[in-house]
Design a protein around this ligand. Structure first.
Ligand code: TZP
Length: 241
């Protein structure tokens, strides 16, 4: 996982929604997000297989980013799971995120933390984790995407774009047109989430998404390795951003 910082003396007017802009000495952070497929965990969707064995297949097949999101585990259980995932990830080029738990991100030294709209605000988290951790944010509207960028998130996950049984609580799907508008509003990478299949991965990339975030398309796949290969190919094919 690599991050880079771009320092430029350029005085052109950058979009005001880019919070990293400081007008006199223009400085903005440009972390290199080097993955386009972001796997979000849900051990209840693995078709009865142990989560770690599914993740191992994902990693072996070339998967490069995992967000551990097991909201019904207690702190000790989450720490143990994170440790196992980090062990798996060590020999691969794998970026590991923890959902919401800034305390575990620092204690366990994950590569990043993924925030919900109701989590601690990005600037407060940045104060704690500094520039050594990536910060991803979930958004459910264009305003949420713009706010994530303004607050200094490294990337944003927008959804649900399509109908998904994984997250009925988030209401109506946002649709491709809204995804496209959101992608035009920000410079940070936008990942599409919610009901993403292989064919839809191509569709959202064409609409401007930098990548896709998925649960069931990989975790519930009969052949996790094949699903991972196909999804990686699908997100690599369209090069809109
Ligand atoms: N946030 C918006 S939709 C969603 C999350 C976590 C669930 C995505 O699951 P799936 O199975 O990839 O549709």
């Amino acid at each position: 996982m690599s991050r880079c910082y771009l320092l430029t003396a350029q005085h052109s007017k950058l979009p005001t929604h880019n919070s990293q802009l400081i007008t006199q000495n223009i400085f903005f952070r440009m972390p290199s997000i080097d993955f386009r497929l972001y796997l979000v965990t849900d051990r209840h969707q693995t078709q009865g297989r142990p989560l770690l064995s599914v993740l191992a297949r994902f990693i072996d097949a070339g998967g490069t980013a995992i967000q551990v999101r097991e909201r019904d585990l207690n702190t000790g259980q989450l720490m143990a799971l994170l440790q196992d995932v980090q062990c798996l990830a060590r020999s691969a080029r794998m970026t590991v995120f923890i959902n919401d738990r800034v305390d575990l991100a620092t204690t366990m030294n994950t590569d990043g933390v993924h925030l919900r709209e109701t989590s601690l605000p990005v600037p407060a988290v940045r104060d704690v984790v500094g520039s050594s951790h990536l910060i991803g944010v979930s958004a459910h509207s264009i305003d949420g995407v713009v706010q994530a960028e303004c607050q200094g998130a490294d990337f944003v996950v927008l959804g649900p774009i399509y109908e998904t049984p994984s997250k009925r609580g988030y209401g109506q799907p946002l649709g491709l047109a809204m995804l496209e508008r959101a992608c035009h509003r920000v410079n940070i990478p936008v990942f599409a989430i919610g009901g993403i299949s292989i064919a839809r991965a191509r569709e959202v990339r064409s609409a401007g998404a930098f990548g896709v975030a998925v649960i069931s398309a990989i975790l519930a796949a009969a052949d996790v390795a094949v699903a991972t290969h196909e999804m990686l190919n699908a997100v690599a094919e369209t090069t809109t951003r």
